[in-house]
Design a protein around this ligand. Structure first.
Ligand SMILES: C[S@@+](CC[C@H](N)C(=O)[O-])C[C@H]1O[C@@H](n2cnc3c(N)ncnc32)[C@H](O)[C@@H]1O
Length: 226
């Protein structure tokens, strides 16, 4: 297992390999109606959409879009949106499921997007694969591509309130061997990284874990100064 430090050279390759390996199984667990039973989560997505609309016509990037269910929901809400994901097999699957939507292979560590061109970034359960030492730089990358007034919605499983990042390592999932790290952080820790990256916090919400979930869910809304 590699260390989760800025020197960890291969976390991107390991994450890509893991999601390529489990692309079909992951997609089966997150169909387009995955938010239907999650009214609080859905309300936050809707608040994000309202804020993005107020910021102008620039599109939203769903970063770490996975099977594309959030991309599809944003599209259904009338928001111009595209998905970006590290895993080519996941992107291929998202394209097959949603032929009318755009999905690109790419990494949030170096987005293939010009400066100040997206009106919003939604990153749900994808920052959990970024080690602590890289998190500020990823959020600075979000800041770079956002238009002034652009919005960010982050969602992640909440970690311990004592501020330490809990790491979970998976060597196998759905029967596929892998070498995948998850990093669970307190919302306050992520707020610190957002602030260092130049983004301004608008709201923080934690909802308790539902049946079948092992951790509370944290949502952070932030924006780039207008
Ligand atoms: C747990 S899934 C979440 C998918 C979707 N956002 C959702 O909420 O269901 C994490 C996704 O993030 C992608 N991912 C992980 N690291 C990434 C990176 N550096 N850049 C872009 N996508 C990444 C993975 O390939 C995977 O599809």
């Amino acid at each position: 297992m590699s260390a989760d430090t800025p020197g960890d050279p291969d976390f991107i390759d390991r994450t890509r390999h893991a999601y390529d390996a489990m692309a079909e199984e992951y997609a089966a667990r997150f169909p387009d109606d995955a938010l239907d039973d999650l009214p609080v989560d859905r309300a936050l997505l809707h608040a994000f959409v309202e804020l993005v609309r107020a910021a102008g016509p620039a599109p939203v990037a769903d970063v770490g879009s996975g099977p594309g269910h959030l991309t599809a929901r944003l599209d259904a809400l009338g928001v111009p949106v595209f998905g970006v994901d590290l895993s080519p097999r996941t992107v291929a699957l998202a394209r097959r499921t949603h032929p009318g939507l755009r999905f690109h292979v790419g990494s949030m560590t170096a987005l293939d997007l010009p400066d100040a061109t997206v009106g919003g970034i939604v990153a749900l359960y994808s920052l959990i694969h970024i080690p602590d030492g890289r998190l500020t730089a990823v959020l600075a990358e979000f800041h770079r591509v956002l238009v002034p007034g652009g919005q960010v919605l982050l969602g992640f499983q909440s970690g311990s309130a004592d501020g330490t990042t809990e790491r979970l390592h998976l060597a196998e999932r759905f029967g596929h061997p892998m070498d995948l790290d998850y990093h669970f952080r307190a919302p306050e820790t992520v707020v610190g990284h957002l602030t260092k990256a130049g983004l301004r916090l608008s709201a923080r919400v934690v909802r308790e874990a539902l049946d079948g979930e092992s951790r509370p869910r944290a949502y952070l809304l932030a924006h780039k100064a207008a």
